[in-house]
Design a protein around this ligand. Structure first.
Ligand SMILES: NC(=O)C1=CN([C@@H]2O[C@H](COP(=O)(O)OP(=O)(O)OC[C@H]3O[C@@H](n4cnc5c(N)ncnc54)[C@H](OP(=O)(O)O)[C@@H]3O)[C@@H](O)[C@H]2O)C=CC1
Ligand SMILES: O=C(CO)COP(=O)(O)O
Length: 339
């Protein structure tokens, strides 16, 4: 739904990869005037002059109310909302560069689906720490959102979450258009962890796909994966229903089913016998799950949560488990486990 104000809302998107660019299109098609930051000037020029981002979204025409620059101050000037879409492990260093130039009252929105190595911090926590913001200024957006499908304007839903329902609503209204509908909630922990954890299960699905296993194996892993995701997120304070919603089950289905998913693709290569370092070399886009495995397992250990599927993904990445031996529960279980 387009905004009804006279002058369009000015928003900024930092990161011009597949998701940053697609989200810029969502916002522009919702009526906002969108400034994008691309760290490579040649990409900024292509976006501004040709309305294209051929590196990340080949064949997609971008709306005219998007422009891009490699210069952060001009991108951030006057922005009422700032959307962040860089790889999770680079967020903190990027926030340190922009913290003095983010407009004082802007809402800051994470589009990312990772946790920080070393600290285990969620992206909204990194944002609050580095920008010194209260929870009412920060939101996260998540859901079954494969970029290329949305860039082609296929109907999609997402959820925007903030501790403040007013903030979530303001962002959701900005991130809504005829092909993209944003719901709201106040469960930031569940919404963020849903997006992080489904990536890990999607890597597991890719692995068994690469091995050549069929639908029973995948359905078993998806179902037990959702239980694992829910146990973990609830241990950290999430509401279980969030994990059954768009940011949990919804995203799990999309990511596990689609060959567009980078996490799924990385898993498939592992299942086909490529080593972790060979997979990294082949991936030219961000597969957050590969970096999130270790911090998620550390967080799970701290709360005594069992994550057998994620643990097996870690073993495959380390080269200590043959992908053929991955199972929907620990192969060492001797007694039947309660479902
Ligand atoms: N793609 C998708 O379908 C979705 C992705 N997400 C999430 O969005 C986030 C971004 O992913 P996505 O856009 O897909 O990733 P891409 O790999 O497509 O793009 C990454 C972007 O970040 C830039 N970048 C890379 N390293 C750095 C750095 N050190 N500092 C600053 N910028 C950097 C890249 O610039 P350059 O081109 O110059 O290398 C590029 O603009 C991830 O957390 C992902 O999980 C969420 C929902 C959907
Ligand atoms: O988050 C996504 C879909 O919701 C994108 O998944 P990938 O990062 O695995 O491509």
């Amino acid at each position: 739904m387009a905004q009804s104000t006279d002058s369009p809302r000015r928003v900024a998107v930092l990161g011009s990869g597949s998701w940053g660019t697609t989200f810029a299109k969502i916002l522009a098609d919702g009526g906002s005037s969108v400034a994008m930051w691309a760290r490579r000037p040649e990409l900024a020029r292509e976006i501004s002059q040709s309305n294209r981002n051929s590196d990340y979204l080949p064949g997609i025409n971008l709306p005219r109310n998007i422009w891009a620059s490699a210069r952060l101050p001009e991108v951030l000037e006057g922005a009422e909302q700032v959307y962040l879409s860089v790889p999770s492990q680079s967020l903190r260093e990027n926030l340190r560069i922009v913290r003095e130039i983010i407009p004082e009252d802007a809402l800051v929105v994470s589009l990312m689906k990772g946790v920080e190595k070393g600290t285990g911090a969620r992206m909204s926590e990194v944002i609050r720490q580095e920008l010194g913001l209260g929870g009412e200024r920060v939101a996260v957006a998540s859901g079954p959102n494969l970029a290329l499908e949305i860039a082609k304007e296929q109907p999609t839903a997402a959820v925007v979450s903030s501790e403040s329902i007013d903030t979530a609503t303001a962002v959701a209204m900005t991130a809504t258009n005829p092909y993209f509908r944003s719901f709201v909630n106040t469960d930031v922990i569940g919404t963020e962890f849903g997006g992080v954890l489904k990536n890990l299960i999607a890597v597991a699905i890719g692995i068994v796909d690469g091995v050549g296993y069929g639908e029973n194996t995948k359905a078993s892993i998806i179902t037990r994966g959702l239980a694992e995701m829910t146990d973990f997120a609830v241990a950290y304070g999430a509401r279980p229903e969030t994990l059954s919603g768009l940011a949990g089950l919804g995203d799990l289905i999309a990511t596990c089913e689609s060959s567009l998913s980078r996490n799924n693709t990385a898993g498939r290569l592992l299942g086909q016998g490529y080593s972790y370092s060979e997979v990294i070399k082949q991936m030219n886009q961000t597969a957050e799950g590969l970096s999130s495995v270790a911090p998620v397992l550390e967080l799970a250990l701290a709360k005594g949560v069992q994550m057998p599927i994620v643990s097996q993904v870690a073993e495959v990445l380390a080269g200590t488990l043959n992908p053929r031996d991955i199972a929907p529960h620990l192969t060492t279980d001797e007694l039947p486990q309660g479902e």
